[in-house]
Design a protein around this ligand. Structure first.
Ligand code: COA
Ligand code: AMP
Length: 646
């Protein structure tokens, strides 16, 4: 490993932020001169070797940032701050209302744990480029495991705890990890989620077998270890030797994060080291308006991109204190939970999903619990992960008396693409809009033929290439799918999969996915994955799963099934079986609760199921009859069935 010296180009302050600049001029420059702009921003990061080529094409012809740059992301998150005198500052406040545990970990302590766990990984032969799958709850050891991978230049792939064995197995087979790191389990409000049975099933189902499994025991769910396979986290740590960081190339992968695609197979979104570090550091100051030392809380889960970028890497790269909250907005113990955490840790910025606010509003409609707490430290509430309805935005604005900022991004981007960049300039908030493009993102709205839509008219949201640093450079082991999914639909642009429009003032509105991905309580899920499971039931001839509007969760999946001829099964019984199947195969987080038997599904003459029409129909929206429909009478049949089930 490198010694940590010789940091060329190591300008330690973000010079760009000495004087606040207006949004528009900064944005314009980022689009006109992307290389100059991102070269300047790169100086805020302490490189071991400053990049030679700011933007270049790799051997596959894909855009890459910071060629020749060398760094280590974990070093930047930890060693850098300890060396700079931030060692005694709290890096993580771990707050777990579900287990009653609180623990504050300083930068120095976190560095020590991460170095030792890196030593553990090394003792299992983990090296730069090796993959490690992490299936863990919201505990500090999860952060330690991720940063320890980063310290060695190994590639972590965190799998969200609410996914079922099959989903975990699919990810293991794709990432081919050397190790699996897991835990006895987690707690969902008051229900213990045992991880080991899930891990055991996934281990069996996966073709690829990791060398070993490291298990973090938790008091409330002690698990027997499988001899020869499992190793106890604490025992390993007790005898661990700290490992030094390993210098990596800016373009080397930091992690793979699987996300739902439009087929049952998830996409392995790859994140690099250099572009990500620069983008996140820039975003902390310029989008979220926080400074080193501030307290930043993303109330999400480490299993999602929000957790990667804004529970861990963003705040730590920027020298902030982050909050790791193992609880919910409600029922842990009540709808004042978020306000309690803000007061207790003097949180400056909170980031959560609108569904969390709706959950609070449902239990405490007047927001009376908020008045039991001192929320003076809070500057902004940021919302993302799903569309934010105006009522939720306005309710939270009134409740908090602070700006509430809806912003838009995806696992693919890794950081916001549309936002009110309050660190640059707080623009007027327009409810319903996700504000304006973030620096570096040339957002446009096109029609199906690739022509730019006039102001106010809905089309497909795309980003003109090149994407700024931090975005996915590729999919893991699947460049063909990367190109097909994102680059081929509109040559010269990145295809986001979302629809939307831009108003006359340049504010952007996101209207929702135009593909078969849905957002259930801020969790991104693939209806295709659910369809695969439903279709495998012996009674089902064919099926469609669509996302329908839900007041609380934003969207929920709903299945429509056509029975095989001659099958005799009660509709209620079938629904019960399908619900159980999806829960078992995809996971509880899919929240698949409804399956309706229909005679036929609406299709085009070429046999494509008209899911969009079904969706509009279920939501009671207007729709136009496509000329390609095979038999229009299916629609009135379907409408009747839906009415019966309302
Ligand atoms: N491990 C295991 N199971 C999990 C899980 C996890 N990490 N997360 C959720 N689940 C399970 C839940 O226990 C629940 O199971 P059940 O059907 O047995 O009750 C199911 O998945 C659905 O969970 P969830 O979607 O969380 O619904 P909920 O009603 O329990 O909670 C909210 C509703 C709004 C409180 C919650 O969804 C929330 O906090 N959402 C914010 C999402 C978020 O942060 N998204 C990231 C983008 S910012
Ligand atoms: P994920 O990859 O899990 O972050 O999900 C990304 C998807 O969530 C986007 O493609 C959008 O469909 C949706 N999304 C995220 N943020 C917003 C937002 N602020 N408004 C509307 N949709 C959003």
């Amino acid at each position: 490993g490198g010694g940590g010296g010789g940091r060329a180009g190591g300008c330690h302050k973000n010079t760009v932020n000495k004087q606040p600049m207006s949004y528009q001029s900064t944005f314009d420059r980022s689009i006109r001169q992307p290389e100059a702009f991102w070269e300047e921003q790169a100086k805020a990061v302490s490189w071991f070797r400053f990049p030679e080529k700011i933007l270049f094409k790799d051997e596959k012809g894909l855009d890459r940032w910071y060629g020749g740059g060398r760094l280590n992301t974990a070093w930047l998150c930890l060693d850098y701050h300890v060396e700079a005198g931030r060692g005694e500052q709290v890096a993580i406040h771990y707050d777990s209302p579900t287990t009653g545990v609180k623990r504050s970990i300083t930068y120095r302590e976190l560095l020590d744990e991460v170095s030792r766990f890196a030593g553990v990984l090394k003792s299992f032969g983990v090296e730069k480029g090796d993959r490690v799958v992490i299936y863990m709850p919201m505990v500090p050891q999860t952060v330690v495991a991720m940063l320890a991978c980063a310290r060695l230049g190994a590639v972590h792939s965190v799998v969200f705890g609410g996914f079922a064995p099959r989903e975990l197995a699919i990810r293991i087979d794709d990432a081919k990890p050397k190790l699996l790191i897991t835990s006895g389990g987690g707690i969902e409000i008051s229900k213990v989620i045992e991880y080991m049975p899930i891990v055991n099933l996934a281990w069996e189902e996966a073709t690829h077998k990791p060398d070993a499994c490291i298990v973090l025991q938790r008091d409330f769910v002690p698990v027997p270890l499988v001899p020869g396979r499992d190793h106890d986290w604490n025992e390993l740590m007790a005898k661990a030797e700290p490992a030094a960081h390993v210098e990596v190339e800016a373009t080397d992968p930091l992690y793979i994060l699987y996300t739902s695609g439009t087929t049952g197979k998830p996409k392995g979104v790859v994140r690099d080291n250099g572009g990500y570090a620069v983008a996140l550091k820039w975003s902390m100051a310029n989008i979220y308006g926080v400074q080193p030392g501030d307290v930043y809380w993303a109330a999400s889960d480490v299993g999602w991109v929000v957790g990667h970028s804004y529970i861990i890497y963003g705040p730590l790269l920027h020298g902030c204190t982050t909050i790791l909250y193992e609880g919910k907005p409600v029922r842990t113990p009540d709808a004042g939970a978020f306000w309690r955490v803000i007061e207790e840790y003097k949180v400056n910025v909170l980031f959560t999903a609108p569904t969390a606010i709706r959950a609070i509003k449902k239990e405490d409609p007047e927001g009376s619990l908020r008045h039991q707490y001192d929320l003076n430290s809070l500057r902004y509430l940021f919302l993302a992960g799903e569309r934010c309805d105006v009522a939720t935005l306005e309710w939270s604005q009134q409740l908090l008396g602070k700006p509430v900022i809806d912003h838009w991004w995806q696992t693919e981007s890794g950081w916001p693409m549309l936002a009110n960049s309050v660190g640059l300039e707080l623009l007027p908030v327009k409810p319903g809009s996700v504000s304006k493009p973030v620096c570096g993102f040339d957002i446009q709205v096109l029609d199906a033929t690739g022509r730019q839509m006039p102001a106010g008219e809905e089309g497909i949201v795309v980003v003109k290439l090149p994407l700024p640093p931090g975005n996915l450079p590729d999919l893991w082991n699947d460049t063909v799918r990367f190109k097909q999914s994102y680059l081929d639909p509109y040559p010269g642009y990145f295809f986001s999969g979302d629809g939307g429009y831009i108003d006359a003032d340049g504010y952007v509105y996101i209207t929702g996915r135009i593909d078969d991905i849905i957002n259930v309580a801020g969790h991104r899920l693939s209806t295709a994955a659910m369809e695969e499971v439903v279709a495998a039931h012996p009674a089902v001839a064919e099926c469609a799963v669509i996302g329908v509007h839900d007041n609380m969760k934003g969207e929920v999946p709903m299945g429509f099934v056509v029975l095989k001829a001659g099958i005799n099964i009660g509709e209620e019984q079938l629904e019960k079986e399908l619900v159980a199947l999806v829960r078992e195969k995809v996971g509880p987080v899919a929240f698949f609760k409804q399956a309706i038997v229909v005679k036929r599904l609406p299709k085009t003459r070429s046999g494509k199921i008209l899911r969009k029409i079904m969706r509009n129909m279920a939501d009671g929206k207007e729709f136009t009859m496509p000329s390609t429909i095979e038999d229009a009478s299916v629609l009135s049949e379907l409408e009747d069935t839906m009415r019966e089930h309302q």
